[in-house]
Design a protein around this ligand. Structure first.
Ligand SMILES: [Zn+2]
Ligand SMILES: [Zn+2]
Length: 260
């Protein structure tokens, strides 16, 4: 059962709470050992990701081979699935999906976003870190950029879950790898867009067209674009298009959960 800590409270406290949690880092783990984000089993101090071994192995689709381009499950490891091999090239060069968007992982994502359990951003970010660690030598990243929320949604939620996940991922990798700084303000959502749910693929693309913008140049950077869930990939593609227009050399989507 889900037994994650809660951060219930009024919205203005989220951001200072997240900052304090990051600054105290591993010390809090020693004082109050945290539990697995799914079953609550106590974890060793500074252990990551924030899931116990059993739950980690049980995550939906965690062990399936996936298309390296879009993250969709495939029968065998492949540089591109049939759809990617025949489609026009996407501005997203590669996708790392930690698991499928299915029970019980979907409950963690939902509790983070809609239950305002900000503490769940850490295990999800650490899950990405653990999945990515094996690939770092093959394809290093210069920085992480979270997919920004629309201004209205950010005001409503009080935090951007993708930013908090990116910070957790960066912190988890910091002791062992080259620093991978998080750049939270280089990519912005220029306008609110209607919800993507219920729209067809082409409608999703039209809905998002030109909704992201970059400040400053990103020439030659290899960027990890962090998001919690990938559905059609339209949002990530549009965000990647803006990063590439600003000079990014390569954009790799890093998502905790991939919807079918
Ligand atoms: Zn567990
Ligand atoms: Zn594919």
């Amino acid at each position: 059962m889900h037994a994650a800590p809660t951060t219930a409270g009024s919205r203005p406290f989220y951001r200072p709470l997240a900052r304090t949690r990051r600054r105290l880092g591993g010390w809090l783990d020693h004082l109050a050992p945290r539990g697995c984000a799914l079953c609550g089993t106590a974890l060793a101090p500074r252990a990551f990701p924030g899931f116990c071994t059993g739950c980690l192995l049980d995550l939906p689709g965690a062990c399936r081979p996936r298309c390296a381009r879009c993250g969709q499950p495939t029968d065998a490891p492949a540089p591109a699935c049939t759809a990617c091999a025949t489609a026009e090239p996407s501005p997203v060069d590669a996708t790392l999906a930690a698991a499928d968007y299915a029970p019980p992982l979907d409950r963690v994502v939902t509790a983070l976003k809609f239950g305002r359990q900000l503490a769940l951003a850490r295990p999800l970010g650490e899950l990405l870190a653990a999945r990515w660690a094996g690939a770092l030598r093959r394809e290093p990243l210069d920085c992480l950029v979270p997919v920004p929320l629309a201004p209205g949604r950010l005001a409503q939620r009080g935090f951007n879950q993708s930013l908090e996940m990116a910070r957790a991922m960066s912190a988890a990798l910091a002791p062992s790898f080259e620093p991978m700084p998080v750049m939270p303000r280089r990519l912005a959502r220029l306008r609110d867009t209607p919800p993507q749910a219920g729209l067809g693929l082409s409608e999703r693309r039209t809905n998002l067209l030109g909704c992201f913008g970059c400040s400053g140049r990103l020439d030659g950077l290899r960027i990890g674009l962090v998001d919690d869930v990938m559905t059609s990939g339209s949002t990530l593609a549009e965000a990647a298009r803006a990063l590439k227009a600003a000079g990014a050399q390569r954009v790799v989507a890093l998502v905790a959960a991939r919807a079918a």
